[in-house]
Design a protein around this ligand. Structure first.
Ligand SMILES: Cc1ncc(COP(=O)(O)O)c(C=O)c1O
Length: 368
């Protein structure tokens, strides 16, 4: 029997230990810990990679999203439409910036439903915040058209989607700004908390830059109140190293997703994500391999008994299901999704024999 963790955090470091030690040694020996060259270099590399004019390294993606909304400037009562199928950070960034999140249902792709967005728009709506979940981008043509028609801001929660593309355009670059997470479990994860915001809008960049560094401009002059949320230089240097290898990491994840699709698609008991196709509108990075499964809880138990750890995301609830946060709305598709969803391991360092073992064990559950 194998022992396959859902995510082997130690391997993130140990697989490249020598190189990481050199990087940490170099940054620390230079004494450049905060707001120094390594942060600037990484921000430039990230802008180039995503095809965006500006990037700012921040403490984490939640801060990045909140800083974007603060830069835009929300007034009490301003509503932002978001998916309920997302991490609570999407909604909390709106609340902490002074707005009101309005979670809506998902479509057949399990991402935000564009008809539900359209139905939710009212005189208080100021923005739409799609989550590019599991490394797949939403139907951005429709979302941008709706936003233009109703004069709304689009801010992307691209926490899970660095490198994902839709019609050739990168996640985070469709609206006024977007934020990305480098939490260790992300496809590109650092060794602690880390994030970035990206934007093509100079005013948002300028304002966000001040907000992430105590309200100071580049000359140290205080322009407003602000906070301390700066990506530190050691994390930035680690991320620069990872960005060089990132296309190969995505490629491996896509290979594993193709393999899972080939093996598991004959099972009628599962609803799988679309496989990675060349020349499709969506280029997915497979942050997660998540699907809906009949008898989900028994499948989870069966995999666990065979040494395979799986994950049911976010305690098995959409954000609107957290009554403690004051939500009262019912969203049937999200609720149905969370009764059946499960994630199996898809890390790039998984060996071929491990992914074939995982597929075998899913199949053996349904074809005893
Ligand atoms: C969809 C989504 N949004 C936001 C976040 C928040 O990212 P961070 O932990 O970097 O603040 C995450 C991280 O898990 C996420 O998955």
């Amino acid at each position: 029997m194998k022992n396959i963790p859902f995510c082997d955090y130690k391997k993130l470091y140990l697989n490249h230990r020598e190189n990481y030690l050199k990087i940490i040694d170099e940054v620390a020996s230079n004494g450049g810990f905060i707001m120094q060259q390594a942060k600037k270099d990484f921000e430039e590399e990230l802008s180039e990679f995503t095809g965006c004019n500006h990037a700012i390294g921040v403490g984490n993606c939640t801060d990045g999203l909140e800083i974007i909304w603060q830069s835009i400037g929300l007034r009490p009562g301003d509503e932002i439409i978001c998916s309920s199928h997302t991490f609570i950070a999407t909604a909390s960034s709106i609340v902490m910036a002074g707005g009101v999140p309005k979670p809506v249902d998902i479509g057949d792709d399990n991402l935000i439903c564009t008809e539900a967005i359209s139905d939710a728009i009212n005189s208080r709506t100021v923005g739409i915040m799609p989550t590019q979940l599991n490394g797949r981008i939403c139907d951005m043509d429709t979302i941008i058209n709706l936003a233009n028609k109703h004069k709304l801001f689009v801010v992307e929660d691209a926490a899970q989607a660095l490198g994902a593309r839709y019609k050739g355009k990168h996640a985070g670059t469709f609206g006024i700004a977007g934020a990305i997470s480098f939490y260790p479990a992300k496809v590109m994860g650092c060794f602690g908390d880390g994030g970035a915001l990206i934007t093509n809008n100079y005013d948002i960049f300028n304002r966000s830059h001040q907000l992430h560094d105590q309200g100071r401009d580049v000359n140290g002059e205080l322009k407003s109140w602000g906070r301390n949320s700066r990506l530190d230089n050691i994390q930035a240097a680690i991320l620069s190293y990872q960005l060089q290898k990132y296309p190969a990491v995505i490629q491996r994840r896509r290979e594993i997703a193709s393999y899972y699709h080939k093996r598991l698609s004959p099972l009628n008991e599962l609803k799988l994500p679309p496989p990675p196709l060349e020349n499709a509108d969506n280029f997915d990075i497979f942050q997660n391999y998540e699907f809906m499964a009949d008898k989900r809880d028994e499948l989870k138990k069966h995999l666990e008994e065979n040494g395979i750890k799986t994950l049911i995301q976010w305690n098995g609830k959409g954000i609107h299901q957290w009554e403690s946060l004051g939500f009262t709305v019912k969203l049937p598709k999200v609720e149905a999704f969370f009764k059946k969803c499960i994630m199996i391991p898809i890390w790039d360092y998984l060996k071929d024999e491990e992914i074939s073992y995982i597929a075998d064990k899913v199949i053996s559950f349904y074809r005893k």
